[in-house]
Ligand binder design. Structure first.
Ligand code: SF4
Ligand code: SF4
Length: 96
């Protein structure tokens, strides 16, 4: 599933996308686009209509995947530390 994400630095607040959204999920607030994700059916029409390229379809899963990647990197560091401790403990046992 993909959701439209607006880059507020690029959005001109022209309202072109608001006109074409079949679900009434878009509105202009303070000259910037606001997306109501409770109404959006992810049809992607708004992404195609914006001539400024302010809208992009993104996967809501991406942040989760990125988060898992960070957790995995953290686990690798922990495993490395444990291996080092194990080596040091073995050395200590040998010299005991
Ligand atoms: S069409 Fe593009 S520039 Fe216009 S309101 Fe929508 S996102 Fe903003
Ligand atoms: S993806 Fe479709 S339903 Fe969702 S905001 Fe854009 S035009 Fe509306």
């Amino acid at each position: 599933m993909w959701i439209p994400v607006v880059d507020l630095r690029v959005c001109k607040g022209c309202g072109d996308c608001v006109q074409v959204c079949p679900d009434g999920a878009l509105k202009i607030v303070d000259k910037k686009l606001v997306v109501d994700y409770n109404k959006c059916s992810c049809c992607g029409v708004c992404d195609r209509i914006c001539k400024w390229g302010a809208l992009e379809l993104k996967s809501p899963q991406l942040p989760q995947i990125a988060q898992q990647g960070v957790q995995l990197a953290g686990l690798r560091v922990e495993v490395k530390k444990l291996k080092q401790e194990l080596r040091e403990t073995r050395r200590a046992v040998k010299t005991f």
